[in-house]
Design a protein around this ligand. Structure first.
Ligand code: NAG
Ligand code: NAG
Length: 143
């Protein structure tokens, strides 16, 4: 009986460790500025990004045209990790949920990368279709 309990305990420990190892996988979110307004001469706009989760404030970042910014984190085991950002440029101010674990899971690209480009109508996420074609899937602003 004692032996069986020890075996069961060992098995449980292995399962827990395996589970933790899977959940330790780091996610990278990257955000790039593709904001360009077309006037007589194209105007390239700076993008102000400020992302936060419940526990982390990643601080403000100013991205010039085509510049990118990325952050890494471990999603939590309850699948509730959520990062939301404000994104602003002259006379525009938007909110967007850049990472929602229940929506994005381990993220599409190579199970670890969420790659976004920001254009005026909203962020676009790099997705791989079943036939392996890559597309920039546009998402509307949350507000
Ligand atoms: C994903 O992995 C493949 C193969 O390892 C690699 O060619 C590709 O560049 C990776 N994609 C990204 C966005 O890192
Ligand atoms: C892959 O699938 C998409 C959508 O189903 C289609 O538009 C595209 O042409 C396909 N690409 C290739 C290379 O088959």
């Amino acid at each position: 009986m004692a032996l069986l309990t020890r075996k069961a305990t060992l098995l449980l420990m292995v399962l827990v460790l395996t589970f933790l190892a899977i959940c330790e996988a780091k996610i990278t979110v990257s955000i790039s500025n593709f904001l360009a307004e077309e006037y007589e001469d194209e105007v390239k706009l700076d993008l102000n990004v400020h992302c936060k989760s419940k526990d982390d404030d990643l601080g403000p970042h100013v991205l010039s045209f085509l510049e990118g910014y990325e952050f890494r984190f471990n999603p939590n085991i309850w699948r509730t990790t959520l990062f939301h950002c404000t994104m602003a440029w002259p006379s525009h101010f938007h909110h967007f949920v850049i990472y929602d674990q229940s929506r994005d899971g381990g993220c599409i690209l190579n199970d670890s990368q969420c790659i976004w480009r920001v254009i005026e109508s909203g962020p676009c996420k790099l997705e791989t279709l079943p036939n392996r074609t890559e597309i920039w899937d546009s998402h509307p602003w949350n507000n």
